[in-house]
Design a protein. Structure first.
Length: 222
């Protein structure tokens, strides 16, 4: 067993588009949403509504049962896990780095995908999903137990910092930029990388998660 770093470190990792190659929510909405969910997406992308409002309203358009949704997600040939994920989890466990997934995605599919990967023990925070007769109800629960429409990831980052952790952030999306600003180290790809470059936020780049493992080794955390 490797000696732990002197300080407490927590790896906060996004899920959709970071651990997976595609956004699972978008695949599900494309297939099952009964309505123009992409109009809502455009409102979110232009800053008219927060991400929580987008997901709550968009997923309310889905009337499909849980089994049908999971069958589609778990057997979707377009959906893959980014290479190096298992190695990243193993590295964090070996070096006593707390690894936590914080996602704007839905708890029902995160749980199912992690179970399929043989990693059901991983901690994650995501939207709480309830399959009602007429819709899929999605709620984002902040660390204080209240429902929140925005800042879900930020609020968890703030909680981890209050708990005394230094934060290593891994992400790919627009919603990852704000929590990444609170982190001590940032690994970025996709839209997060673009935001970091536009705002001169220091980060390490990656295409697969093997590169993140190597980056963690190079950090020489104290």
């Amino acid at each position: 067993m490797n000696a732990p770093p002197k300080h407490k470190y927590l790896v906060q990792c996004d899920f959709d588009g970071t651990i997976t190659n595609k956004d699972v929510s978008f695949l599900a909405l494309d297939k099952f949403a009964d309505g123009d969910w992409q109009a809502l997406l455009r409102e979110y992308q232009t800053g008219k509504i927060p991400v929580g409002t987008f997901n709550t309203k968009a997923f309310a358009m889905i009337k499909t049962d849980k089994k049908t949704l999971l069958d589609f997600i778990l057997n979707n040939p377009e959906l893959h896990i980014r290479p190096g994920f298992k190695e990243l989890v193993d590295y964090c466990e070996e070096h006593r780095l707390e690894f936590v997934i914080v996602s704007n995605g839905q708890d029902f599919y995160l749980e199912a995908i992690l179970k399929k990967l043989g990693l059901p023990h991983l901690r994650f925070f995501a939207a709480k999903s309830r399959f009602l007769p007429d819709r899929l109800q999605v709620d984002y629960i902040a660390p204080d137990g209240t429902i929140t429409e925005e800042g879900f990831k930020d609020k968890h980052t703030e909680m981890f910092r209050r708990q005394g952790y230094r934060i290593i952030y891994i992400g790919n999306g627009v919603s990852d930029y704000s929590p990444a600003r609170q982190a001590d180290y940032v690994f970025a790809t996709g839209e997060l990388l673009q935001s970091c470059r536009e705002n001169n936020l220091k980060c390490l780049t990656f295409e697969d998660l093997h590169e993140v493992v190597q980056g963690l080794k190079n950090l020489k955390l104290d």
